[in-house]
Ligand binder design. Structure first.
Ligand code: UTP
Length: 302
C-alpha cells in the first residue's frame, strides 16, 4: 500500500544511559560526545534535515540540558563572535539552530529503545515517521535515509536498515531473517520474515544486523504498548517489529529492509567512537593532511 503524503517527522531517541561510556556520560548524554568538533547528535539531526525531515522530536532523559542548549540560540556567544568579526565560528554556532523544528519529550526511565519510540506517539500522530538513533552516524555522502523513505512510501509498512557484520559480532545487534523469493530483482530491498534481538551466534538467522535507522508505520505505537520487556528487561523495538512483520499490509504490517553497504560510524562504544573520530577527521580538509602524516609516523612506531 503506497502513500503519497511526504514523511516529515523524525524521532531521535537519546535517553539511554550510555553505560559503555561511563564516566564520560555520568552528567552528559553520549549523543553529545564530540566527533571531531560537532556533537554526534548534530550529524544525525543534519542527516534528518538533509532527507527533508524538518520536524524533529528528541527523546531525552535526565541529562537533556546540554542537547537543548546546543540546538538553541546562544545570544551572548553569538554577539561576542560577531563583535570579533569571526564569521566562520559564528556560522558554525548558528548552524545547529537552523536545522529544523526541534521538540523534546522526556523518557522518565530508560526502559528500552521501544519505550523511547513510544514516547513519541502523541507528537507523531497517525503518519509514518523516521527513527534515527543518536549514537549511530551514517556518512553524509550516503543516502540511506532517503532510500528508506522512498521504500516506505512505495511499499507501506515499516522499513529498517541492515548491514552485513562478521558472524562473531551478531550478538551485539538485532538480526534478521530476510530475502527469499519475493526479493525485488537486483534491488537492495528485501522483505523481512523474522527479527531477533541480540541472538547468541549459533541462533542468529543471518549476519544481517539492524542499524540505527528506521521508517515506521504509526501502527507500531499500538504494538509497542503491547510489547512486554524482552532482552535485558527492556522494551525492544525489534520485538514490536517482529509482530508488525506478521501483520497484513492493510493493518500497517510488513517490514522491509534496505541493505546498506555504505559508511556507518557507531559512536556508542569506545573503540568504534575512536575509529569514527579518526576516520572523519582524516577526510577533513583542515585536519586531514596533518593527521595522515602523524598517523603514518605513529603507526610505524607501533
Ligand atoms: P543503546 O542500547 O545503544 O544505548 O540504545 P544505551 O542503553 O544508552 O547504551 P549502553 O549500552 O548503556 O552504553 C540505542 C539508542 O537508543 C537510545 C539511546 O540513547 C541510543 O541512542 N535509548 C536506549 C533511549 O532513548 N532510551 C532507552 O531506554 C534506551
Amino acid at each position: 500500500m503506497s502513500s503519497t503524503t511526504p514523511i516529515t517527522k523524525a524521532v531521535i531517541p537519546a535517553a539511554g544511559m550510555g553505560t559503555r561510556f561511563l564516566p564520560a556520560t555520568k552528567a552528559m548524554p553520549k549523543e553529545m560526545l564530540p566527533v571531531v568538533d560537532e556533537p554526534a547528535i548534530q550529524y544525525v539531526v543534519a542527516e534528518a534535515a538533509d532527507a527533508g525531515l524538518d520536524d524533529i522530536l528528541m527523546i531525552t532523559g535526565q541529562n537533556k540540558r546540554a542537547m537543548e542548549d546546543h540546538f538553541d540560540r546562544a545570544p551572548a556567544l553569538e554577539a561576542t563572535l560577531r563583535d570579533k568579526g569571526d564569521t566562520k565560528k559564528l556560522d558554525a554556532v548558528q548552524y545547529a539552530t537552523g536545522l529544523g523544528d526541534i521538540h523534546y519529550v522526556r523518557q522518565g526511565q530508560a526502559l528500552g529503545l521501544g519505550h523511547a519510540v513510544l514516547c513519541g506517539k502523541q507528537h507523531v500522530g497517525n503518519e509514518p515517521f523516521a527513527v534515527l538513533l543518536g549514537d549511530d552516524l551514517i556518512d553524509a555522502r550516503d543516502t540511506l535515509l532517503t532510500t528508506m523513505l522512498e521504500t516506505q512510501q512505495r511499499l507501506g509498512g515499516s522499513v529498517i536498515a541492515v548491514m552485513e557484520v562478521p558472524e562473531e559480532n551478531v550478538s551485539a545487534y538485532g538480526v534478521v531473517d530476510a530475502g527469499g523469493q519475493d526479493k525485488e530483482p537486483g534491488a537492495e530491498v528485501v522483505p523481512v520474515h523474522r527479527l531477533v534481538e541480540k541472538p547468541p551466534v549459533e541462533e542468529a538467522p543471518s549476519n544481517l544486523a539492524i542499524i540505527g535507522r528506521y521508517v515506521l508505520h504509526p501502527a507500531i505505537f499500538d504494538e509497542l504498548e503491547r510489547t512486554p520487556p524482552g532482552k535485558g528487561g527492556e522494551i525492544q523495538l525489534t520485538d514490536a517489529l517482529q509482530a508488525m512483520a506478521a501483520k497484513p499490509v492493510e493493518d500497517g504490517g510488513g517490514v522491509h529492509a534496505v541493505v546498506f553497504r555504505g559508511r556507518r560510524y557507531d559512536t556508542g562504544d569506545k573503540l568504534s567512537y575512536i575509529k569514527a573520530v579518526v576516520t572523519l577527521a582524516v577526510d577533513r580538509e583542515d585536519l586531514g593532511p596533518d593527521l595522515r602524516t602523524w598517523l603514518k609516523e605513529f603507526a610505524s612506531g607501533l
